[in-house]
Design a protein around this ligand. Structure first.
Ligand code: SF4
Length: 299
């Protein structure tokens, strides 16, 4: 890891969340006792996204059983699963009136299926209540278990998303040791092979000390799994207990990486300092649907 970087460049601007739409989303989510990754991970785009009445729902509670050094979500002993949560998320999506939503979760190593069936129930509840709404399921690794991944893909989200998080070399420092870079590639490969329709997406952070060659290598590894879409954003330290930022990557470098991803063969790529895995998630479907052909399967 590079030495700690403290200077905050002007291209990372975090608008303070405010406005009527933001208040409306906040009170709707609070009233239904729902969690969002927007709040739990202290996402810098909350002002913009909530202003557009979009949010990323975080099911299975807001306490994670893993301890990744980059993440702002609280770790510890999770609460019991709220069995009514799928219907509450469906209610919130219907009331927000959105056409697309992202559903994610904390990692629940304490549950027999990692929470896969609950996530699948949530996807089905949203689709049942709001036909036509498209969904990105941004899921954990489920220990690489194909059966648990299959519970999610069988619920037919339009996008199956699992984050590789960082380049291979930095995984041991950045991510909880209970899962690996190779394991995440395996999850993406499993999902690609299980899905006849829909896209497989992954995201990773820049500014953690990776080299340009390592970024390229990660993109190639993702493509090799059959992954269709990639998002790259700047790592921002969520709190004092988290690992330091090694570098603030300039916007033009992000533009180069985005172009590289397309050159290498991704169907959709987005890269920028404030890009997060769920940021402008709906663009993937809007941009690629008209030209998407049969999905590739890998062995
Ligand atoms: S980018 Fe995702 S997590 Fe961040 S505020 Fe927007 S929807 Fe929420």
């Amino acid at each position: 890891m590079h030495p700690k970087t403290t200077r905050f460049p002007e291209w990372i601007r975090q608008a303070w969340p405010s406005g009527a739409a933001h208040e409306e989303v906040k009170s709707l989510l609070g009233g239904l006792d729902l969690h969002t990754v927007c709040q739990s991970a202290q996402c810098p785009n909350q002002g913009e996204c909530w202003g557009r009445r979009t949010a990323t729902f975080m099911v299975l509670g807001n306490v994670c059983t893993r301890h990744c050094s980059f993440c702002g979500v609280r770790g510890g002993k999770p609460l019991p699963v709220d069995e009514a949560e799928p219907e509450k998320v469906a209610e919130a999506v219907a009331r927000l009136g959105v056409r697309h939503t992202v559903i994610t979760s904390v990692t629940r190593d304490d549950l027999p299926d990692g929470g896969a069936a609950h996530i699948a129930r949530t996807i089905r509840a949203v689709k049942g209540r709001s036909p036509g709404v498209t969904i990105e399921a941004l899921v954990q690794d489920f220990g690489g278990n194909p059966e648990f991944v299959g519970l999610v893909t069988a619920a037919a989200p339009e996008v199956f998303s699992h984050n590789i998080e960082t380049v291979s070399r930095l995984h041991p420092a950045m991510r909880d040791r209970r899962f690996s870079y190779a394991g995440s590639l395996g999850v993406l490969r499993i999902a690609r092979n299980q899905m006849d329709e829909g896209f497989v997406k992954s995201s990773f952070m820049l500014g953690c000390g990776e080299s340009a060659e390592e970024v390229r290598g990660t993109l190639e590894d993702l493509l090799d799994t059959g992954c269709d879409a990639v998002a790259m954003g700047q790592y921002l330290r969520p709190g004092r207990v988290n690992g330091p930022v090694a570098e603030f990557v300039p916007p033009e470098k992000f533009a180069e990486y985005e172009a590289l991803a397309y050159d290498l063969g991704f169907t959709f790529a987005v890269a920028g300092p404030l890009v997060r895995s769920s940021y402008r998630s709906e663009e993937l479907l809007e941009k690629v649907r008209p030209r998407a052909g049969a999905r590739k399967k890998t062995s």
